[in-house]
Design a protein around this ligand. Structure first.
Ligand code: FAD
Length: 319
C-alpha cells in the first residue's frame, strides 16, 4: 500500500499529533484527527477570562519552550517569521513563547487539518482489516492505521487488548500531575522579576501578562511542585487556589490584593518522564504512538516524536 491511499486516524490534536499529521499529509495520506477538547492546544493551552479591566489570558499548561535540535529550531524559526512565537528572556536565554498566546503555533498547525473537536475516543475496534474508533457519536468510518498522540496513561487505556508491546510500554510510563492556579489582579504586583523558580509548595510562578504580545491586566500562573500536586491531587479546586495563593504571598513576603480572577486547573497528566524511543510503530497492527512520553518531557520532544512517527510510517508504507 502506498502512503497516498492510506486513511489515518490520529487520536489527540496536541503538538505531537499535529506534527505527525502535517508530515503524513505531505506524504499524501488522508488524515483525520480526533480530540476531546473544544479547540487546539493540548498541554499548550491558553485560557481567557473576562474581567472588569478587559480579557485576561493565562498559558495554564506549558510556560515556554526551547529549541535545541536542528529540526525544531527550523520549525520555531518558521513560527517566528510568521509572528507566531517570540523569545521570552525572562524564562532564560533560550526560552520562546507563542504570541499572543501559547496555543498560537498549535492553532496554526491545526489550520487546514480535518479535526473532530469535542470528540473523545473511548475505544478502538476492528472491522475486518480496518480500524474504527468508538466515540460518543458511535463508530467512526474505517481507517487503515491509527496513531495515538496522547499522554502515556491515556494511550495505554486505548491500546489494551490490541498490541501487547505498545500497551506495556505505555503502561510502564508515568506522567506527573500539576495543579495550576491562574490569578489576575487589578494592579501590578511589586515583584521585581517576572518568573520565580521552585521553592516548596510552588514549582514555578510567572507573570503571564509580561510575556511578549500580551499587554493585559496583571496575570500570574502559579504551578504547584510535582510532590505537592501528587499529595493534593483530589483536593477541591477552590482549596488549591487558596493554598497556592498563600504560598505565593509567603514567597514574595507581602500580602496580596484580592484577585479579580482565581481559578485552579488540575493537569492529571502534565510532565512525562524521559522516554527512550522517539516514537513507536507496529506495522503488523498498523498502530503507532507519539507524544512527549516517548521522546522527553518538553514541547520540542513532542514535536520531534510526531515527526519521528511519520517517518516510521512512511518507511513502512514504502516497503
Ligand atoms: C502544567 C504544564 C507545564 C508544562 N511546562 C512546560 C514547559 O515549560 N516547557 C516545555 O517544553 N514543556 C512543558 N510542558 C510539557 C508540554 O506541554 C508537553 O510536553 C507537550 O505539550 C505534549 O504534547 P503532546 O501532543 O504529546 O500531548 P498533549 O498536548 O497532551 O496532546 C494530547 C491531546 O489528546 C487529547 N486527548 C486525550 N485523550 C483523548 C481521547 N481519549 N480522545 C480524544 N482526544 C484525547 C487531549 O485533549 C490533547 O489535546 C508542560 C506541561 C504542563 C501540563
Amino acid at each position: 500500500m502506498t502512503l497516498s491511499r492510506r486513511r489515518i486516524a490520529i487520536v489527540g490534536a496536541g503538538l505531537s499529533g499535529l506534527s505527525c499529521a502535517g508530515s503524513l499529509c505531505l506524504g499524501g495520506a488522508e488524515v483525520q484527527l480526533f480530540d476531546k477538547s473544544r479547540g487546539p492546544g493540548g498541554r499548550m493551552s491558553t485560557r481567557r477570562v473576562e474581567t472588569p479591566l478587559g480579557t485576561v489570558s493565562f498559558d495554564h499548561g506549558a510556560q515556554y519552550f526551547t529549541a535545541r535540535g536542528d529540526g525544531f529550531r527550523a520549525e520555531v524559526a518558521r513560527w517566528a517569521a510568521e509572528g507566531l512565537a517570540a523569545p521570552w528572556p525572562a524564562a532564560g536565554p533560550e526560552a520562546w513563547v507563542g504570541i499572543p498566546s501559547m496555543n498560537t503555533p498549535v492553532k496554526a498547525l491545526a489550520e487546514g487539518q480535518s479535526i473532530a473537536w469535542s470528540t473523545a475516543v473511548e475505544a478502538l475496534s476492528r472491522d475486518g482489516d480496518a480500524w474504527r474508533l468508538k466515540t460518543p457519536e458511535g463508530l467512526s468510518r474505517p481507517f487503515d492505521s491509527v496513531v495515538l498522540a496522547l499522554p502515556a496513561e491515556q494511550a495505554a487505556a486505548l491500546l489494551s487488548g490490541w498490541d501487547a508491546d505498545l500497551a506495556a510500554r505505555a503502561a510502564a510510563s508515568r506522567t506527573a500531575p500539576c495543579w495550576t492556579v491562574m490569578a489576575a489582579f487589578g494592579e501590578r504586583l511589586p515583584i521585581a522579576t517576572d518568573t520565580l523558580g521552585e521553592d516548596g509548595v510552588l514549582g514555578w510562578a510567572a507573570r503571564n501578562s509580561a510575556k511578549p504580545g500580551r499587554g493585559e491586566p496583571e496575570a500570574w500562573v502559579l504551578q504547584a511542585s510535582p510532590d505537592w500536586s501528587r499529595h493534593h491531587l483530589e483536593d477541591p479546586a477552590e482549596a488549591v487556589g487558596q493554598a497556592l495563593l498563600a504560598a505565593f504571598a509567603g514567597r514574595i513576603g507581602a500580602p496580596l490584593p484580592e484577585p479579580m480572577v482565581l481559578q485552579a486547573h488540575r493537569w492529571r497528566y502534565a510532565r512525562s518522564s524521559a522516554g527512550s524511543d522517539l516514537a513507536l510503530w507496529s506495522g503488523a497492527a498498523q498502530l503507532g504512538c507519539c507524544g512527549d512520553w516517548l521522546a522527553g518531557p518538553r514541547i520540542e520532544c513532542a514535536w520531534d516524536s510526531g515527526q519521528a512517527l511519520a517517518q516510521l510510517m512512511t518507511g513502512k508504507a514504502r516497503e
